[in-house]
Design a protein around this ligand. Structure first.
Ligand code: ZN
Length: 493
């Protein structure tokens, strides 16, 4: 951990931010009725140590024959490229016989960033007759893969990181590796392979388009240049030996890194979970505060849904102007950190609650982020106000005013990321009207049924890819109230 003198800009401004979450201050006051009900403590279902996946097993169906990704990355931080050896071990869990597998390669969205050196099958034979379609490769198999059969693919490739202020690429202060390797998408018996194109409007990426099943990861990272200067934030804790960092992460949708020679770190341990922040030098106080906010958020969502089942939560200051969730890790814009004013009336508090709640609604409970983004984004936005109701009830109306009402949001909550109008339309419809929709549902069914249904939805869809139908099935278990008038106002057919 590094240390230095800190100059904290005690600006009381709150900054606007973009992709996963955004917020902006306003002094305008609107009159949408705000919920005044305070959350009651729900009983915790676990002791105060972090449960492991195995301990949680009785609560969930643990998917068997999960895909395994072995990723061995050698990276030169200063010349901004990496070489990767990847081995994907894949079991056909469908009822179909696969003549080919689909590999989806997100780095191919950035021309020149991905160079495939070799692709070979389980027998070690080179595969050269693959067919390219957008960012996807159709990979023919020498022998068809029967249901329940397992095979593997081995890839060697080079990554040349694009200069992008985003989750894949390099900025002045940071190299981010999110969705940085080829993966096999989920296979649906009727729809086939689930892949969607990235949506970019006015040079802004709108929402998330990658849909992943939970898989297991064994990852190594070797830094080749001035390693002693470099800090690595990742989806899981590292074990270091002989200059190689090794990581093991189970039941996750992806494995992410954020690498920098400019991080200042802080860690606390709460209820057995290591909460570790990585921020830039001007935000060292905020880097400490964010761990405390995240601890509160983990505690609240642990009570509402179930305890966070991982050993560590990594929080990284993003060197770009939006926020993003990954498995075991969240990135919050440096802008949000820089404008932290030491009070909860601030975007750092809002965004931390939001991003931490994505550990449940995105990572543990999956959804099709392109087609049904409301399932994680409306819930994450609504989780922000649940955080305020629990810890800062005097700021609940402020939250509704600055986060939602200020924008006078329009649009269907069940819009997809391809909604006309780009990011703002998407945020207004999915996040902001999503939060209003959830509040109306809560008012209609009552707190007891609402929170029981949310917990039921979380428990029943952990490690799966949930749908809107799953969400409404959970609600219907706890309330017979006719929700169709609310749905008619917020959802399109
Ligand atoms: Zn979000």
């Amino acid at each position: 951990m590094k240390s230095s003198k800190l100059v904290l800009l005690s600006l009381s401004l709150v900054l606007l931010v973009g992709a996963c979450t955004g917020g902006q201050t306003s002094t305008m006051v609107f009159t949408l009725p705000a919920p005044q009900v305070q959350l009651t403590d729900s009983p915790t279902i676990f002791p105060s140590t972090s449960p492991t996946a195995t301990q949680l097993a009785p609560l969930f169906d643990i998917p068997q024959n999960r895909t395994h990704y072995e990723l061995n990355l050698t990276l030169n931080y200063y010349t901004q490229y990496g070489i990767v050896e990847e081995i994907i071990t894949y079991t056909n869990r469908s009822a179909q016989v696969f003549e080919e597998l689909l590999l989806s390669i997100p780095p191919k969205n950035y021309p020149g960033s991905f160079t495939l050196w070799s692709l070979s099958d389980a027998a070690g034979n080179l595969i050269t007759n693959w067919r390219e379609e957008g960012i996807n490769l159709h990979v023919p198999l020498a022998k068809p893969l029967q249901p329940n059969q397992t095979t593997s693919l081995r890839l060697n490739f080079r990554l040349d990181f694009p200069t992008v202020k985003g989750t894949f690429g390099v900025s002045g202060r940071q190299t981010n590796l999110v969705n940085w390797y080829p993966y096999i998408p989920p296979y649906d018996e009727t729809e086939g392979w689930i892949t969607h194109p990235q949506q970019v409007v006015n040079n802004m990426v709108v929402g998330e388009y990658v849909v992943n099943e939970v898989a297991d990861f064994d990852v190594t990272l070797k830094l080749t240049d001035r390693e002693e200067l470099i800090e690595v934030a990742a989806s899981a804790p590292a074990v270091e030996a002989n200059g190689v960092r090794s990581y093991h992460l189970e039941l996750a949708r992806g494995f992410a890194f954020s690498i920098s020679d400019s991080y200042f770190e802080h860690e606390i341990v709460e209820d057995g979970v290591r909460i570790h922040s990585y921020v830039f030098m001007e935000a060292q106080d905020a880097g400490k505060a964010v761990t405390e906010i995240a601890a509160q958020a983990l505690k609240l969502f642990g009570e509402l849904y179930y305890p966070y089942p991982r050993e560590m939560l990594t929080i990284v200051a993003a060197d770009f102007l939006h926020n993003m969730e990954m498995d075991g890790m969240v990135m919050i814009s440096y802008g949000v950190f820089d404008f932290y004013n030491g009070t909860p009336k601030n975007n750092l508090t809002i965004m931390t609650a939001h991003e931490v709640s994505h550990q449940w609604f995105y990572s543990l409970v999956g959804n099709d982020q392109a087609k049904e983004p409301w399932l994680d984004e409306a819930l994450a936005t609504y989780n922000e106000v649940l955080y305020y109701q629990r810890y800062h009830p005097d700021l609940v109306q402020w939250w509704w005013d600055v986060r939602v009402n200020h924008y006078i949001p329009q649009g269907d909550v069940n819009s997809d990321i391809y909604i006309a109008g780009g990011y703002e339309s998407y945020r207004n419809a999915v996040y902001l009207r999503g939060a209003m929709f959830l509040q109306e549902i809560r008012d209609a069914v009552g707190d007891e049924a609402f929170f029981a249904a949310l917990k039921d939805y979380a428990l029943n869809n952990t490690y799966k890819i949930a749908t809107s139908e799953d969400f409404f099935d959970s609600l219907a278990k706890y309330s017979a109230v006719d929700l169709s008038p609310i749905l008619a106002r917020y959802f399109s057919d």
